[in-house]
Design a protein around this ligand. Structure first.
Ligand SMILES: [Zn+2]
Length: 272
């Protein structure tokens, strides 16, 4: 079954937050308990992660995800990156995981991002890419980086993935289109640049996953009005809001959503 799992439906602070507790969210509704951003995509035999939040370990265990073919990064803000060390587990083979206890054998995991993001990962976590050219047995994650360019499709197994530019966040952010619209994952954004919008308007979008960090727009994030405006233009079949902040109570957001649109929650499985 082709599917998406929303690993983490929360914004940077998660819900509840350290500083402000549950905010406007109803603490009694379990759908309001949100870990940080992450998406798992499985199409045919191929599996990828989008982003690696600090909550990654729990998310992978909770959803029984042992292996992926690659990781795609939307950007390298802390809430999307800080679980990168947990990718070390993906360097082991399944046999080693369950019975072997052997060391990493130089089986590296591919990560994809634009140059600016890869440079930042190399700067902050140089050791995860240290063995790119000559893998050796280590106890670090062993990753190999691939640069993506906006508008140039990449192939991971049978997945065709188009990276697209989004804007309005303090750093450039990358969205990903799978198989010409079977799935579109929008990153943190406030503005969809005209080229990206044109591309999205020219394909049939089946499932659109889009951030709704705050109900009202704020300095670096679109709100409900901006999201709905773009949704009208893109005309996807189904939409799931994610990256939900403490202002976004599940039931409140659900009541505001037109037909075909709904808030996501942690561990939600969406069939594609
Ligand atoms: Zn974020």
């Amino acid at each position: 079954m082709d599917k998406v799992i929303i690993l983490g439906s929360g914004a940077a602070s998660g819900v509840p937050t350290i500083s402000n507790g549950w905010g406007k969210c109803d603490a009694k509704n379990s759908k309001n308990r949100r870990s940080r951003a992450g998406v798992y995509v499985q199409i045919g035999e191929n599996k990828v992660l989008i982003d690696t939040s600090a909550d990654l370990r729990n998310q992978l265990i909770e959803n029984n995800i042992r292996k992926v073919d690659a990781v795609l990064y939307t950007h390298v803000h802390a809430d999307h990156l800080m679980g990168i060390d947990d990718l070390r587990a993906m360097n082991y083979t399944v046999n080693e995981l369950f019975g072997g206890g052997k060391n990493i054998k130089g089986k590296r995991l591919s990560i994809y991002a634009i140059k600016e993001h890869l440079d930042e990962i190399r700067h902050r976590f140089g050791y995860v890419l240290a063995d790119e050219k000559s893998p050796e047995i280590t106890h670090r994650p062993q990753l190999v980086s691939y640069e993506v360019e906006y508008g140039t499709e990449i192939l991971i197994g049978k997945m065709r993935i188009m990276p697209l530019a989004f804007a309005g966040h303090p750093v450039p952010t990358t969205g990903y289109v799978f198989n010409e619209g079977q799935l579109v994952v929008v990153p943190d954004y406030k503005i969809i640049p005209s080229q990206t919008l044109e591309y999205l308007q020219n394909i049939d979008v089946n499932v659109l996953i889009m951030p709704l960090t705050n109900i009202r727009e704020c300095i670096y994030h679109a709100g409900m009005d901006i999201d709905l405006d773009y949704i009208k233009k893109i005309k996807p079949k189904r939409v799931f809001f994610t990256h939900l902040g403490p202002e976004c109570d599940y039931e409140t957001v659900l009541k505001m959503c037109p037909k075909g649109i709904e808030p996501a929650y942690d561990n939600l499985v969406i069939e594609l």
